[in-house]
Design a protein around this ligand. Structure first.
Ligand code: HEC
Ligand code: HEC
Ligand code: HEC
Ligand code: HEC
Length: 442
């Protein structure tokens, strides 16, 4: 009863603030047939060698993707020596034939959902993000349908940060159907990290957000995208922690939910210090709370009471993680209840000039209070600062010189986080303080 009611309210909020999009089925699991990259890549479609001048979209998306985007190489990665070794260690047969690998390193819808020229070897192709094109292809080649018409016909709303976060994280963290476990990491898979605004920016753009784009689609500023990404990251991680299929590996809790470097750093590099927001003694693995730290900074700006509740419940979750599975799941549920709907709230919050300044100060303050003792926290903070100052520049909050000074101080933060296993919290905090000096006086 009650959960039905809560769901109704959350769904209504989602409609109000984020559009109905957040409920959209992910492309891999959708009912539509997938026509294949070849169908999008015609020279009169999205395979033009150069951008078209009088088209609303660039038309050379295929070339950008094929030549510059790692997603186009994702399948080829499975043919490398490293992947073969991972697959051998796991005993799953060749990596490029294993469902567990193809689910993320290619677009891997069910066989009956594949069109005639669909090829799994295309890697993470257009429809892996934009949705099976069977129905929307017709609407969209005529050029007559609106963006909404396309979405109704199954186009995935990648422009909506909430929907985009779910999509990207389904592969850059995992979802109920696919997941990089600690066993897969142990077999040799790299550690994964994700921040929505940064990763959106570093994926080579095959679109331009010009005036025409703004007429057709909603554009959120980078700080809002970052905030929504953090809220969605917590949603996705807590869902994983609560999911009985994903939170156990034999007698152990699934270690990917933990801070990797709590266990994996040289013993000579002793760096444990108490963290008031974690509350665990030395020598105990900690849950990876890097997204929580960011989310707390953001929520403090938007709803102080809620931020305080999150802090208490996160402490309880850390404690519960040492007390077995049931306690962990109960604590994760409580925190999820509190953080649920935050992405929708952020989607309805403008994140203007003063928010940007306050959030930049907030991310730095967290570091001075010792929140970035763990590498993952510093990594998120660095990407956050990048997202915030880029948005500040875009919004005209800082001029070119101001931005340049912050940008070079940010490089030092990137340097201090370049090698995860050699991370030194003190060096990072010093770089953070140097960065603080470059913030223009507002
Ligand atoms: C179907 C799975 C899938 C989806 C969906 C997906 N990615 Fe990826 N992404 C990958 C894989 C796999 C790689 C690594 C490819 C390789 O090198 O083999 C990757 C790599 C990347 C990289 C390069 C990372 C680096 O270290 O240089 C960026 C940036 C990126 N993805 C951004 C995104 C964004 C933004 C989204 C959402 C709009 C997204 N991805 C959605 C699977 C996916
Ligand atoms: C839940 C999604 C997911 C699954 C499952 C997955 N991967 Fe990945 N893999 C990724 C993403 C995302 C990256 C890129 C990480 C980054 O750079 O941020 C990646 C990176 C890699 C890399 C490093 C690529 C490079 O160029 O640095 C290799 C190798 C790899 N994966 C192999 C595999 C193999 C083999 C399997 C199957 C056992 C597998 N992956 C399963 C998502 C996944
Ligand atoms: C990893 C995810 C991903 C992949 C793969 C991908 N896209 Fe996109 N695409 C995006 C995102 C994110 C946007 C920007 C948000 C939006 O406008 O929807 C976008 C935007 C677009 C746009 C809209 C531009 C506009 O002005 O409205 C087109 C057209 C497009 N992509 C075509 C393609 C084609 C063709 C391919 C394959 C060759 C492709 N995309 C592959 C994520 C992806
Ligand atoms: C609770 C402690 C703990 C945590 C947290 C943890 N690991 Fe591990 N990891 C281990 C243990 C134990 C092994 C097995 C070591 C061995 O076989 O020598 C291992 C093995 C590995 C290996 C293979 C090392 C080798 O020498 O073959 C990799 C890679 C790895 N982990 C990555 C990760 C990543 C990435 C994370 C975070 C997502 C992580 N681990 C989190 C304890 C942990």
């Amino acid at each position: 009863m009650r959960s039905g009611w809560v769901f109704g309210v959350v769904a209504a909020l989602a409609m109000l603030f984020g559009g109905a999009a957040s409920a959209q089925t992910l492309p891999q699991y959708g009912a539509d047939r997938h026509v294949g990259v070849t169908s999008c890549a015609g020279s009169t479609c999205h395979g033009s060698a150069a951008p078209w001048r009088n088209s609303t979209v660039l038309q050379n998306e295929y070339i950008t993707w094929e030549q510059k985007d790692r997603h186009a190489k994702a399948y080829k990665t499975l043919l490398t020596e490293r992947s073969q070794r991972i697959a051998r260690n796991l005993g799953i047969g060749p990596a490029h034939e294993a469902k567990v690998c193809l689910d993320c390193h290619a677009h891997n819808p069910a066989p009956e959902k594949r069109g005639r020229v669909f090829q799994v070897s295309d890697g993470v192709g257009c429809e892996a993000c934009h949705g099976g094109a069977e129905r929307w292809l017709g609407v969209h080649v005529t050029g007559l349908g609106s963006h909404e018409d396309n979405v109704k016909a199954g186009l995935y709303p990648t422009e909506d940060p909430i929907a985009r976060a779910r999509l990207c994280m389904s592969c850059h963290f995992g979802d109920e159907g696919k997941f990089v476990t600690h066993r897969i990491m142990g077999a040799g898979h790299p550690r994964m990290s994700f921040e929505l605004d940064t990763f959106t920016a570093i994926q080579p753009a095959h679109y331009v957000m010009d005036d025409d784009y703004r007429k057709r689609k909603r554009v959120s500023n980078g700080v809002q995208t970052w905030a929504i990404g953090q809220a969605m990251a917590i949603t996705v991680v807590l869902e994983g922690l609560i999911d009985p299929k994903r939170n156990r590996d034999g007698i152990f809790p699934e270690l990917v939910f933990f801070d990797c470097h709590a266990c994996h750093h040289p013993m000579s590099n002793v760096r444990w210090e108490p963290r008031a927001t974690v509350g665990l003694p030395p020598g105990v693995p900690r849950l990876n709370d890097s997204n929580l730290v960011m989310l707390r900074v953001i929520t403090q700006r938007v709803d102080r009471g809620l931020a305080d509740r999150m802090r208490e419940q996160a402490l309880a979750l850390h404690k519960a993680s040492t007390q077995g599975n049931e306690a962990t799941v109960t604590a994760a549920r409580a925190l999820r209840e509190t953080t649920n709907g935050l992405a929708q709230r952020f989607a309805g919050h403008a994140f203007g000039r003063e928010d940007m300044q306050a959030l930049l100060v907030g991310v730095i303050a967290a570091g001075k209070q010792g929140e970035y003792i763990d590498y993952a926290g510093a990594e998120q903070a660095t990407m956050a600062i990048g997202a915030i100052i880029t948005a500040m520049k875009g919004a005209g909050v800082v001029d070119d010189n101001g931005f340049k000074a912050m940008r070079s101080a940010l490089d030092k933060l990137y340097e201090a986080t370049a090698k995860d296993e050699e991370y030194k919290p003190r060096v990072y905090v010093a770089a953070l303080q140097a960065f603080e000096q470059t913030i223009p006086k507002f």
